[in-house]
Structures are given as C-alpha cells and as structure tokens.
Design a protein around this ligand. Structure first.
Ligand code: GUN
Length: 298
C-alpha cells in the first residue's frame, strides 16, 4: 500500500493563518512583529530563500526589513548593523542569511545577535537552552519537523526515532528536541552519521526515520520498516536537462520506492521546507509577544 503523503504546504498554510490572527492582535495592541533579514552578497540560492522569507512575512502581516549588503562588506560594518538592529524597537527577529561570504566569521556574527532576537535559533545561548530544556527560540527546521508530525497525528512519545545526519542546524538539535522531556519529545532517539556501521540495520529499527544527510538516496526502501514514517529534510539539486533551470530538487530519500513501504512520507519539495519557513514567522511572533510582556529576556 502506498504511503500517505504529508502535505507540508497545507500544514504551513494552516500555521500561517493562525499566525496572521496573532499578528493582527499584536498589531492592534501597538506591537507589529518585525523581522530583519540580512543578506551579504548575491548567492542565487540565498537570494531566492530571502525573497521567499520576505513574501511569507507579507502574507501574515509581519513587518519585514530587507537589508542587502555587497559581497565585500567588512566585519565592522556587519557587526555595527547587527548592533543597531539589536537595539531597534521595530525589530523583534534578526536573521543573517548563511553562508556568509568568505572572510566573514559566521560564528562571530551569530554570537553578535541579541539572543532575545535570535529567531533562527542558531545563537549558542539558544542552543544551550534547547539542550537544557529551557524556554528559548527553537531552530526552524527541527521545530518544523515536530510541528509536522504533530499536525499529522504521528506519536513522537515512546517512538523509536532514527535521525540520519548530525548537522548543527538539523540532526543535532532535532535529536535533542525529540528525546527531551517535553511536548514533542520523549522519543528514543538514535543519530546516525558517516561513521555509523550498518546504517541500514539501524534505520530498519525506526518507527520514524528522519533523513538529514544532504545526499540523495541515503534512505532506500530496503532500509525502512513496513509502516514506518519517513521525514525527508534533504534538499539536493540534481542535474536535469528537461527542466528549464537545468536541475530539479530531490531529498535524501528514494521517494518512489520508499513510499511503497512507509505509512507516511514527506515529499521534496513541498514537505519540510514550507514548515521551516513557517517556523521563522512563528519565532518572530513569539519574540514580539515576549517584547510586549516586558523587559527583554530570551
Ligand atoms: N541558509 C540556509 N538556510 C538558512 C536558515 O534557515 N537560516 C539562515 N540564517 N541561513 C540559512
């Protein structure tokens, strides 16, 4: 039997509707949530991501400030801009699009963002809070995966979850979120990586497989238990001369084969990606609510 295809676009649209209402209430109360998106350079993929984020803000009524800087922007200019945004009362979230051009230290730039405006959830303070199970901004893709499972009525608590990939922005934080004692957590989590022995054997144990390796066909049908849920976080460009752009997007999962054994599966595109974008809006609204509640803390 073919798997249920989890519709990330529809789940994200529902979340945006909910956020749109919250934005209206906040704005009526005098605080319109504001997001600053900073792009240094002209990397084409980054430019299209940033444009999409701005369009999303517009859809839900979030004020978006689009700041585009030349590729040779100095460290001092970028840090000064972030300091200004940190103290700007119209801005509740700051996103610096990564990767930064060579010569700029991403770690230093991220650390410079006020953790109270770190809507990407990349600041060491946000990551520390996540690991310690304290309130804070959650990184958007891991948070989106949890929302997607919850919206699809897939139980996380008690499930055997296998995550393939240990990146700092997906695998590692998602593992922490899914095993911590909190809603969306309480799973038994295994993280696989390039040194894992017998990847197929480990993945076959999973009730929920999360593919976040950044490589097409990392998860194939023989590795997936009958009736498992498969979430594909990968976004890979593969050459395809039949497409106008000369490439198409595929995930990390062999979708056509795996959908024949899984209970539910996410497509690429149209799966996790829309949720990642929706969770950025979510964090921006959260930040504005905290701003409204009083002194700025995370
Ligand atoms: N580059 C690709 N994805 C992201 C993201 O989620 N946040 C930032 N800041 N940069 C990115």
């Amino acid at each position: 039997m073919s798997a249920e295809i989890i519709d990330g676009k529809a789940i994200a649209a529902d979340l945006r509707h909910q956020l749109e209402k919250e934005v209206r209430v906040l704005s009526d109360g005098g605080i319109r949530p504001g997001l600053a998106v900073v792009l240094v350079g002209e990397d084409p993929a980054s430019m299209s991501y940033v444009t999409a984020k701005e369009r999303d803000c517009e859809k839900v009524g979030i004020y978006s400030r689009d700041i585009r800087l030349p590729v040779d922007t100095s460290r001092e200019t970028l840090l000064k801009l972030i300091s200004d945004l940190n103290s700007d009362e119209d801005i509740h979230g700051i996103l610096v699009q990564l990767p930064l051009p060579e010569g700029l230290d991403e770690e230093e730039v991220i650390r410079h963002i006020d953790p109270a405006k770190d809507v990407d959830g990349f600041h060491p303070e946000s990551i520390g809070r996540l690991v310690l199970n304290l309130d804070g901004f959650l990184p958007c893709t891991p948070h989106g995966v949890i929302k997607m499972l919850e919206a699809s009525n897939i139980a996380i608590e008690g499930a055997e979850v296998v995550i393939v990939g240990r990146s700092r922005i997906v695998g590692a934080p998602l593992a922490n979120l899914m095993f911590r004692k909190a809603p969306g957590g309480n799973a038994t989590v295994t993280v696989c990586h390039t040194r894992t022995k017998n990847l197929a054997d480990v993945v076959r144990r999973a009730d929920i497989v999360i593919a976040a390796a950044g490589r097409p066909n990392t998860v194939t049908a023989d590795m997936v238990k009958d009736g498992a849920v498969v979430i594909d976080v990968g976004v890979n460009r593969v050459d395809d001369s039949s497409r106008p752009r000369g490439y198409r997007l595929v995930g990390d999962v062999d979708f056509d084969q795996v959908k024949e054994v899984a209970r539910a599966i996410t497509p690429v595109p149209g799966g996790v990606g829309p949720l990642t974008r929706a969770m950025l809006l979510w964090n921006t609204v959260e930040s504005a609510k905290r701003f409204q509640e009083g002194p700025r803390t995370v």
